[in-house]
Design a protein around this ligand. Structure first.
Ligand code: NAD
Ligand code: UFG
Length: 348
């Protein structure tokens, strides 16, 4: 089955692409490479060749806002008698702080780009979509674990764009509910890397997120981790999040694709997390205990836009997709550190 991965060269897309190729899916990666490196494609191919796995992978450099370029990808596949059956739509911009500084760019890529994609899919009779949404859409919630039917009050432009796309998808589904099959995945906090150390997270510049920051402090690329506040209403005062191993997350996408294949004409919103919450201090201490690498830190004031706690209720994913994560915090720390040690400067 041929699957198109927009943004497939990015952090989540590349891990999902590798797993799909291992399972025999025919994959097209469509990416502008704005926030990723073409070296990730070499790493995916290197891994598959080293395991003597036959695979079908095509990479196309293109922007989701370029309708002609997207349309050609679908038309070419039809002409090859191998049409795209499903799309996993990862492409987008994901920095909360950048979205505050440049909201129009976020609306343009995340919302207008998605609208283009949906129009091109319709034109080419492809109606199966898995969409990358985010736990950010919930906004602050003291009620944890968070279920999919909890209220959504995003507090930043990034979250607004994700919730808007969810609304567009709902409207589209309602207008043609005998045609579309849509799965919206709300990720909690994806972390770590493929155990081979060949692919992982490679943020541009100073990382925004806790895990890549910790692994970069561990190897000495950055001196000190700033802990954003020890005065949150949590068990030790630092923020609590639901971290999920990137391979478990990638497995969730395959489960969602398979679900759409056997349950046509559905629209489902599904949380993907681990249902475990760890505080920043717990992560720092566990990382040291598990890996032996100490993480220097200092407590600074709260980061604007942060919330105290976020933990997923994943019972729907388990029930509908038959999916639940199998990797624990130890795997997250060891695989994340392994990637950072093998690639101290990322894909450079
Ligand atoms: P990423 O930045 O690593 O990957 C996104 C990919 O999209 C990159 O390869 C980038 O080059 C590409 N891209 C950006 N703009 C594009 C455009 N206009 N046209 C074509 N390609 C474009 O991010 P990621 O962590 O892999 O996230 C993937 C998706 O999941 C995003 O939509 C993100 O908002 C969402 N998400 C991520 C997280 C997270 O913590 N990583 C959490 C929740 C949701
Ligand atoms: N934190 C620090 N220091 C840092 C980075 C983070 O103390 O240098 C703290 C944060 O304050 C928070 C926790 O570590 O308490 C996790 O922060 P991350 O930045 O790793 O993750 P967030 O929960 O803030 O946000 C992430 C993504 C969003 C996504 C969201 C939910 O950045 O895009 O998870 O999926 F929407």
């Amino acid at each position: 089955m041929r699957v198109l991965l927009t943004g497939g060269a990015g952090y989540i897309g590349s891990h999902t692409a590798l797993l799909l190729l291992q399972r025999g899916f025919d994959v097209i990666i469509y990416d502008s490479f704005l926030n990723s490196s073409s070296k990730v494609i070499n790493s995916i191919e290197f891994y598959l060749n080293s395991k003597q796995i036959n695979y079908k992978l095509k990479t196309i450099v293109g922007d989701i806002r370029n309708k002609d370029c997207l349309d050609k990808v679908f038309k070419d596949s039809i002409n090859e008698a191998n049409p795209i059956k499903s799309v996993i739509h990862f492409a987008g911009l994901k920095s909360v702080s950048q979205s505050v500084d440049n909201p129009l760019q976020y609306w343009d890529v995340n919302v207008c780009g998605t609208k283009n994609l949906l129009e091109v899919m319709s034109l080419n009779n492809c109606f199966s979509l898995v969409f990358s949404s985010s736990a950010t859409v919930y906004g602050p919630s003291e009620l944890v674990p968070i279920k999919e039917n909890s209220s959504c009050r995003p507090e930043n432009p990034y979250g607004n764009t994700k919730l808007t796309v969810e609304t567009i998808l709902n409207d589209l589904f309602l207008s043609k509910s005998n045609v579309w099959s849509i799965s919206i995945l709300r990720y909690f906090n994806p972390v770590s890397a493929h155990p081979s150390g060949l692919i992982g997270e490679d943020p541009r510049g100073i990382p925004d997120n806790l895990f890549p920051y910790i692994t970069q402090v561990a190897i000495g690329r950055i001196n000190t981790l700033n802990v954003y506040g020890d005065d949150w209403n949590t068990r030790d005062g630092s923020g609590i999040r639901d971290y999920i191993h990137i391979i478990d997350l990638a497995e969730g996408h395959i489960a969602a694709l398979n679900y759409l294949k056997s349950n046509k004409f559905t629209y489902e919103i599904i949380n993907l997390g681990s249902n475990n919450g760890y505080s920043v201090f717990e992560i720092i201490n566990e990382f040291h205990r598990i890996t032996g690498y100490k993480v220097n830190y200092k407590v600074v004031k709260r980061r604007s836009g942060d919330i105290s706690i976020s933990i997923a209720d994943i019972s729907k994913a388990n029930k509908l997709l038959g999916w639940s994560p199998t990797r624990n915090l130890k795997d997250m720390c060891l695989d994340g550190l392994n990637w950072q040690i093998k690639n101290p400067n990322g894909y450079c």
